[in-house]
Design a protein around this ligand. Structure first.
Ligand code: FAD
Length: 390
């Protein structure tokens, strides 16, 4: 029988949110014998995970994956070649095509950033947990502290009790208010996300252009990014800078496909018509203002609740979000169960939070400062990106 680490002896841990951060943490804690449950809002494992592929990085996501002992499952599921970037200008000219570059970085090479479908990543992490660890259809609503324990309340009327609560419930975290009242701020940029289930037939020319890789088209103050999904579909993001309340004042009904298509074709009017075929093929649009948590003011550490991932440090997409969430999970699990000997939970959690904040704060600042290079690129910023990718 595995020896439960001293700090977690007789402690029930509730992880709220079964995204990449929460599931990685659950696996890492279970490997050390800790008593863990994950409370997830989705009704079942079959619920489709939103978003396209994500790449794991050598010193963060892959490092955490290695620690979970699930690397073989990851290697069986990653999407070969999907890590290649193809960069276009608005006219559709190819500015950079990593698919044509010689030399293939592989596992073990710090430059290698293998891509995986979000659903496949979730499935392999869930399969690594003890049966019954994830309690589905458990949308957290509130909790109260009674006799040094948390009593959690879920939307479906069920309750649970835990000694330690870890919020991994993403950017709209409901655990976060138990630590801080710092709210998200708007970055100035917004994306309109589109999903196409059958791009091969719905927009064949564009589908060929993506070529199962990461396509970015940038210029004229806007960006279009497109990525394959693991199920043969395609996700795209059309990004620009917008005033904060633009979704409300634009007059566009985002449930009305035709209205959004007309807006996008007009917004990208001087672009190559191949991009219009992408908009026309899309039947489902979602406006996403890109927000972030200002990280200058840190919360006061508590000894029985903390946050990981977006719940702690939401920032606009910069390719690091899932990687940071998984690295937070690794760091927190090591503080709670690792070789470093903390005298109490307060010190263990404080040590994790310091590492997490020190890492996330400069990255968030850099992302916000460079947000217009992503959402409203100039010729100069595109050239800088090409240099960086080359
Ligand atoms: C458009 C876009 C593109 C992105 N691209 C990338 C990328 O390429 N690479 C990358 O690394 N990152 C990317 N990110 C960022 C990345 O998606 C997040 O940083 C990452 O998913 C955070 O992981 P998490 O586990 O903290 O939270 P999440 O992935 O948000 O998971 C939170 C989980 O909690 C559950 N939940 C929420 N509320 C409750 C509740 N009240 N009760 C119970 N469960 C709840 C949710 O259902 C979900 O399963 C992108 C983000 C966006 C918006």
């Amino acid at each position: 029988m595995m020896q439960i680490p001293e700090l977690l002896l007789h402690k029930n841990i509730a992880i709220v949110g079964g995204g990449p951060g929460g599931l990685t943490l659950a696996r890492l804690l279970q490997l050390k014998g800790a008593w863990v449950k994950v409370y997830e809002r989705d009704h079942s494992q079959a619920a489709r995970v939103q978003g396209a592929i994500v790449d794991l990085h050598f010193d963060s996501g892959l490092k955490a994956m290695e620690a979970t002992g699930l690397m073989e499952a990851f290697k069986a599921n990653y999407m070969t070649g999907a890590d290649k970037y193809r960069l276009l200008d608005p006219k559709g000219n190819i500015l950079l095509d990593e698919g044509n570059q010689a030399g293939e970085p592989q596992f073990g090479n710090p430059q290698f950033r293998p891509e995986i479908d979000r659903g496949a990543l979730r499935d392999l992490l869930i399969n690594g947990l003890l049966p019954g660890t994830v309690i589905w259809d458990s949308q957290f609503v509130s909790m109260k502290e009674v006799d040094y324990k948390w009593e959690l309340q879920f939307k479906n009327g069920t309750t649970a009790t835990a000694d330690i609560v870890i919020g991994s419930d993403g950017y709209r975290s409901l655990i976060r208010p138990y630590l801080t009242d710092v709210k998200a701020l708007y970055s100035g940029a917004m994306i309109i996300q589109g999903e196409i289930d059958h791009p091969k037939t719905a927009c064949p020319e564009f589908y060929q252009l993506v070529n199962q890789a990461n396509l970015m088209a940038m210029g004229n103050g806007a960006t279009i990014a497109a990525q394959p999904r693991g199920d043969g579909g395609l996700t795209f993001y059309a990004a620009s800078m917008y005033p904060e309340n633009w979704v409300k004042v634009s007059g566009i009904d985002f449930n009305n496909t035709e209205q959004v298509q007309t807006y996008l074709i007009d917004h990208y009017e001087d672009w190559n018509p191949v991009f219009f075929s992408l908009f026309k093929a899309c039947q489902h649009f979602l406006p996403r203002p890109l927000n972030y948590f200002p990280l200058e003011n840190r919360w006061e550490t508590k000894d029985n609740v903390t946050l990981i991932g977006d719940a702690a440090h939401l920032m606009p997409p910069n390719g690091e979000g899932i990687n940071l969430a998984m690295l937070d999970a690794l760091d927190l699990s090591e503080c709670l169960t690792g070789t470093a000997t903390f005298t109490d939970l307060h010190n263990a959690i404080a040590s994790y939070e310091k590492t997490m904040f020190d890492r996330a704060a400069p990255l968030c600042k850099e992302t916000i400062e460079g947000i217009s290079d992503f959402a409203a690129p100039t010729e100069e910023s595109v050239q800088d990106l090409i240099k960086m990718l080359s």
